[in-house]
Design a protein around this ligand. Sequence first.
Ligand SMILES: *Cc1c(COP(=O)(O)O)cnc(C)c1O
Length: 393
Amino acid sequence: MAEDPNDWDIETKSVRGGMARSPYGEISEALFLTQSFAYESAQAADERFAGGPGFIYQRFGNPTTQMFEDRLALMEGAEACRATASGMSAVHASLTGLLRAGDHLVAGRALFGSCRWIITEWLPRFGVETTYVDATDLEAWKNAVRPNTKCFLIESPANPLLEVTSIGAVAEIAHAAGAKLVVDNVFATPIFQKPLALGADIVVYSATKHIDGQGRVLGGAILGAAELMTEAYKDLLRHTGPALSPFNAWVLLKGLETLELRVRRMTENAGKVADVIAASGKVRQTIYCGRPDHPQAAIIANQMTGGGNVIAFDLGSREAAWRFLDALEIVDISNNLGDAKSMATHPCTTTHRSMSQEDRLQIGLTEGWVRMSVGLEGARDLNRDVGRALDRA
Ligand SMILES: *Cc1c(COP(=O)(O)O)cnc(C)c1O
């Protein structure tokens, strides 16, 4: 009986999914660093441009990039995936492919800073209006709907305070309004949350985070049903050109091979570090999706299978937060996340500094918060480093 890759375990998908061997039979996926492709005849060129099988130009597709797309689609359980040059090009294209002048977007208010910029500063130039809502308040989503609402956007868990939204419940409200739901799934990763299965129409990733996970390249991806992906994004991506470099696609393919292993170990470490922080008596609040005291623990139990590797905690003041960061000896002060190396940041003065204080207060982001991405170091070393920094905070 022939193997169906769709039935494989996620570990098998992550190592073997999408593999397309060249005639040389290489074990490691080949890196096709080529912009264009030669055709055997004028007729063959004609057939390819008419939509037949085969590659035409790197901006449209590339064999290495396609292996990455096929592997990630398999892991996500999506019919189709298109890779992009960064997470932001994925978010931007995911919205502009669904929206046009006169349309209305509803978005959860806690979002990655650049996503907020696209929504607040950029989309209005093209006649798209947005209503921000408290993503945990289902009535607020319902009340925000207008006759011209075409799209909902959520990040869950959200940056930086790990607010969780019921994807299924928001999908129902979106669909009742005739709108599509886009979910930024970076924090949960394909290992712990499957938004499409929960009712979302489109999932986006910054592959820069856990999928690379080793601090090397930028990348992104948009995933969804084949028909919607073609209708909303095929021409947009071809002609506006946010194509992922095949070199970066090759790095990210290798990242996918170990994604499950890395994310599970980081999550194990994060659980231990979160317990040290919460038990320290130095913080006002610790938020971690793997702890029973997370404000949306009941939703997490229904839609996530792991807590992930990011922790947020409130040290009460900017001074205490900075003292904590400056006392770290192993953990880096850095705004990235999902990396093998643990890192911590002060969102108010880094990732979320362009948000007004009023907007920050609406998502509960005050000066004492620190966001930590737990990596792959030994848990004993991390606990010691964090414990010492808490003592000095
Ligand atoms: C990092 C990030 C992005 C942007 O990704 P880039 O690869 O840096 O462009 C978008 N959404 C979330 C949730 C992120 O963490």
